[in-house]
Design a protein around this ligand. Structure first.
Ligand code: AMP
Ligand code: ZN
Length: 463
């Protein structure tokens, strides 16, 4: 498989450090509010890369962190206002209760979208000791310094590679900070906090060698990624906004501490937009997963919709588009039910389709290309229906659309439905079309599609 690496700005093959086993770290949610569809598009990315690698027969370990401390409302401000604490106060919950509430919701939303669980979900608050040890190492190695208030800053000028990921130079960062209020104790305006002294009224506080305080946001990902995946691992994902400062700072911390490259490939997902605006709580245009089901849509339809845009591009969300996606997913399941039972795709035509599908997925997760292939296969007469079924069922390991749902759920008409069908056939045989039409209306009002075939009336659930 090849992926676009934001660090080198090139598409590169995934060659795992440990042969046959790919290790992925995905930046996870800050659990102070519900995740919206944009966040979930990004969370889906890590799982899709995992599914794609598994299709190639590789083993994958995926770790996703849960940020439950340290994510500041405004990272550049010396006033440390933690999103978790602010939301906890708003909702009258403790930070722990708040984290539990939104972690649970995040896991439910992920499951509804067919995002398979990560192998681990480490929490920042459970890794403060790891973070403190990492900060001590950065101080020892001359990459961090303590200021008199009891805070610790990373010294960006001590790390020559700073800015490589985002393309920011230190000079540009200095002038960018000119109008901002920065801590005068910083050596460079872009120096960022590894540890922050606890101010008054602070709820989440830990002891440290520098006094009571709490970690900066970025250090958790250095500490937890290296704890669970080692100091050389393969892929790191996140939304495009995390490139800077979050991932730039993570690289500086991790590499500053161990003295060599830690992450090979950085993958960034494009934002989801609603009516032309980035989805964000502050913009008031948040769409959440439960709203899909409330509107009668299958949440998995969001996957089909998302597949139509390359993961790196911005994607527009509209209700019309997701309704069309919902219709298409149901249609695909219907076709699968018609083709069942499946057979192994052994014909030459089927094998050629399979190769093309795998090539699309391996090519930097070209899901728009895969969608085109799915559509082509559905209407292809070269591949026998049972093999079409077999192919789609195996592709569904990546697509995650539950395409076999209808074929395997074995929908059966109720006794009442069967009675009505028999009655209608008798009416039609007697040329009593008024009765036949009345029964058709009744069946339709039960959510059924009614068809007249050579062997009489057939019914199936309407999609
Ligand atoms: P947060 O919970 O705010 O830390 O964000 C979680 C993830 O969602 C991060 O990887 C962000 O980059 C990503 N993200 C935030 N907004 C969007 C959006 N509109 N579309 C796609 N991803 C987003
Ligand atoms: Zn992170």
């Amino acid at each position: 498989m090849r992926l676009f690496n934001s660090l080198t700005r090139a598409v590169e093959p995934v060659e795992p450090v440990e042969p046959g086993h790919v290790k992925i770290y995905a930046c996870g949610p800050t659990v102070y509010r519900y995740a919206h569809l944009g966040n979930l598009r990004t969370f889906m990315l890590g799982d899709l890369i995992r599914r794609a690698l598994e299709l190639e027969g590789l083993a994958v370990t995926l770790v996703m962190n849960i940020t439950d401390v340290g994510h500041m409302v405004d990272e550049s401000s010396p006033e440390a206002i933690d999103k978790m604490q602010l939301a906890a106060e708003d909702e009258g919950l403790t930070p722990t209760e708040l984290a539990e509430k939104y972690t649970r919701a995040f896991l439910e939303d992920s499951a509804a979208l067919g995002i398979r669980p990560a192998d681990r979900y480490p929490k920042a608050t459970e890794h403060i000791g790891d973070m403190i040890r990492l900060i001590e190492r950065l101080i020892e190695r001359g990459h961090a310094y303590v200021v008199d208030t009891g805070s610790v800053y990373f010294d960006v000028q001590s790390f020559p590679g700073y800015g490589r990921l985002s393309g920011n130079t230190l000079d540009a960062l200095r002038s960018g900070h000119r109008d901002l209020e920065v801590d005068p104790r910083k050596r460079h305006p872009a120096d960022f906090a590894l540890w922050k002294a606890a101010g008054p009224g602070r709820l989440m506080v830990w002891d440290s060698p520098w006094g009571p305080g709490f970690p900066g946001w970025h250090i958790e990902c250095s500490a937890m990624s290296m704890r669970y995946l080692g100091d050389r691992f393969d892929i790191h994902t996140g939304g495009t906004d995390l490139r800077f400062p979050h991932h730039e700072d993570e690289i500086a911390q991790s590499e500053g501490a161990v003295g060599h490259q830690v992450v090979r490939i950085w993958v960034h997902g494009g934002h989801l937009r609603l009516a032309g605006h980035k989805i964000a709580k502050s913009a008031g245009n948040v769409v959440r997963v439960p709203e899909l089901a409330q509107r009668g849509l299958d949440p998995l339809a969001f996957r089909w919709l998302a597949f139509q845009t390359r993961y790196r591009s911005e994607m527009d969300f509209t209700w019309e588009a997701i309704e069309a996606a919902d219709h298409r997913v149901r249609q695909l399941r219907r076709r699968m039910a018609e083709w069942a039972p499946g057979a192994a795709p052994t014909s030459e035509a089927a094998r050629a389709f399979d190769e093309r599908f795998r090539a699309r997925i391996a090519d930097d997760l070209d899901l728009p290309g895969a969608v085109v292939l799915v559509n082509e296969l559905v209407s292809s007469t070269d591949v026998p229906p049972a093999e079409r079924y077999g192919l789609l069922a195996s592709w569904d390991h990546v697509l995650g659309l539950d395409l076999e749902r209808e074929a395997t759920s074995g929908w059966r008409p109720s006794d009442r439905m069967r009675e009505l069908v028999a009655e209608r056939d008798r009416a039609r045989a007697a040329r009593d079309y008024a009765t036949a039409d009345r029964i058709r209306d009744e069946l339709e009002s039960m959510g059924l599609e009614v068809m007249d075939g050579p062997s009489g009336t057939t019914i199936r659930p309407r999609i």
